[in-house]
Design a protein around this ligand. Sequence first.
Ligand SMILES: CC(C)(COP(=O)(O)OP(=O)(O)OC[C@H]1O[C@@H](n2cnc3c(N)ncnc32)[C@H](O)[C@@H]1OP(=O)(O)O)[C@@H](O)C(=O)NCCC(=O)NCCS
Length: 144
Amino acid sequence: MITGEKVNLCSRNQADLIREAIWGSDEETNALDPMAGKIVNCLTFAIKTLDGKHIGTCGVYNFDARDGQIGIRIGDKEYWGKGYGTDAVSVLVNCCLTTLGIKRIWLKVLPTNARAIRCYEKCGFTRCGKMIYDGIEFVVMDRR
Ligand SMILES: CC(C)(COP(=O)(O)OP(=O)(O)OC[C@H]1O[C@@H](n2cnc3c(N)ncnc32)[C@H](O)[C@@H]1OP(=O)(O)O)[C@@H](O)C(=O)NCCC(=O)NCCS
């Protein structure tokens, strides 16, 4: 378990996996976070509040010592816009840089997803380009 100021990143139990599957069918969330891209390897975590409530998922994908892609989804919408995503990304980034030794962390985000972009900027990410995946244009952001 990795502890932040508002969340812990933990391994998932069976109930967490079922909850994630239910969140996975939410149209509003899927429109903000289209699942585009091939996954070669990944290290994923449940995001839990400090009192143990499971609110989302985050992880690092397709990583090696040089770079890795991160993703996050707060599945419980009651917890959007309250600082939980920013804390989870900060903890995840710290894990990537220190524990995993990844030099560059990057992510892709829809240009219309202003909340996510602001969250990533608060965690030190800057825009570094664009990419098109499955016909969808994404902003690419990174930090080292
Ligand atoms: C994106 C996500 C991880 C952000 O986490 P969060 O806990 O909701 O965000 P935070 O509260 O930590 O930070 C959001 C910031 O965006 C700002 N914000 C919210 N809506 C905004 C908008 N429409 N335009 C600009 N900024 C906005 C907030 O004010 C806050 O910034 P501030 O602290 O400077 O005031 C979360 O909302 C989520 O999982 N959303 C659904 C799935 C998704 O979009 N995943 C990311 C795919 S790339």
